[in-house]
Design a protein around this ligand. Sequence first.
Ligand SMILES: [Zn+2]
Length: 148
Amino acid sequence: MVDKKALLNLMAEIMDPEIPVVNIVELGIVRGIEETTPPNIIITPTYVGCPATDVISEMVREKLDAAGHSDVGIKNQLSPAWTTNWMSQAAHDKLRKYGIDPPCAHAPTCPRCGSGNTKLISAFGSTPCKSFHSCKDCLEPFDRFKCH
Ligand SMILES: [Zn+2]
């Protein structure tokens, strides 16, 4: 009997290595638990070639081992490809609080003052997954998670 909830709760303790305020379940990286014996954690990398992908696999392995789940496997699922639509609303809210404009569904918006009066500075922000903008109202620069 696989305790899916316990495994998912464990996964929710793993924060994204680049954005330490959101966990990998909220980001949609953990797709679910395969109820085999032993079970597998199914993960989908955010971007193929994103340097965080290997780090996340290692973090999942360490977390499982530390919790006594050395038998639980990790399965990479590349298809369907990860999309920013898989991020939960909670993840969006946390990103904004952290100063990163969450992806999609709206025009670039300053996460600090909420102004839509912004300017793209660079297509690449602190990581390839983000673009870099500045706010014309509060003059703060900010990262925006790219829609993907
Ligand atoms: Zn602003």
